[in-house]
Design a protein around this ligand. Sequence first.
Ligand code: ARG
Length: 402
Amino acid sequence: MTLWSGRVGKELAPEVWEFLKAQDAELLPYDCKATARHARRLAAAGILTDDELAEVVAALDAIESVDPADEDVHSSIERQLGPLGRKIHAGRSRNDQVAAAMRLYVEDACAEAVDAIRAFARVVLDRAEAEAETPMPGYTHLQRAQPVTVGHHLLAWVEMLERDLARFGFAAKQARPSPLGAGALAGSTLDLAAPPDQVRNSLDAVADRDFALDYLYGCAMLHSHLSRVGEELILWTTSEFGFARLPEEAATGSSMMPQKLNPDVAELARGKAGTALGRLTGLLAVLKGLPLAYDRDLQEDKEPVFAARRDVRSALGALGVLVAGLEFDRDRLAAACSDPLLLATDAAEALVREGVAFRDAHEQVAGSVRAGTFEPPPAAPRTAPGPGDVRSAVVAARDRLG
Ligand code: ARG
């Protein structure tokens, strides 16, 4: 039995039914919340009595699952509400209903991402503080370039994560307005009060999924950052670099080679970025060219958004364990920094302080490098935002993260 069986005389062919059904059980709590809000509007307009409203709210609370035999979560809720379900859909359509539920879902997913990013950033900050003075080579082109510290490097990760926080904040804000009242596309003739922060245009209210794209963009950027973090963890824990050892609670062995300890967590974090990017481009492609207002194509927003939420949660959780337990090899790091040539730029700058033009200084130092006569300059402090002020940068970042 569908919500629209009054219109079609025949049973749907099973293949068609299978194809149309939404994989949207994850929307259940959000749809119940949106339905309760709608029920309050109906009660305020006298379409439901106060007793009926109380009954609907209690019944919504008691719904535990979606019946897979139903077309979608909305049909399932209406059916499970029994006789009151037959009243509840006055003044709304599944088009504004699903948009309302998705918006609530995305807002919640953004809040969850923000919490998980903050927790991961705090782990990184603890490690940055502990390794504030641990020297390591900084790289460009993956060639040793100039000395930095592990703390300074880890703080760069925190910067990426803070930008991710801002993106999820933006996506949550975009999801906040309510599409309820838009009905199928043109509102309704029932005198229902507008929800607070109502989407301004009813066609846009049912057709817009930009908030879902904003969320998927936030996820794609986050995973892209985590893939860079993952790649560095992979490099640092190779025997070739040997900068750090994987904690056993976040490392994997090999089914064949008994000696192996593998960075699968970091690799999967790197790989997830590809999938996350695919979800964003996939939904962009679904939305592109859709005529207003609602089209069933929009049902395709569910799986990428649900899957993105799962990956954000699990990737940050697992990487948090890995980074918390990472053991930096300070001797190896110091040895990797011991090449005086890493101070060649400082030597050129020492000449600049003596009045030599930088290009001349560069050529002079380069000549000494080629001739094998390079002498490192006396140590000089570096200006911010360099590696010199890790501890205060950690304190400031903790402040910002709250
Ligand atoms: N399951 C549908 C979706 O996710 C709900 C809306 C169906 N609306 C309709 N007019 N057929 O988009």
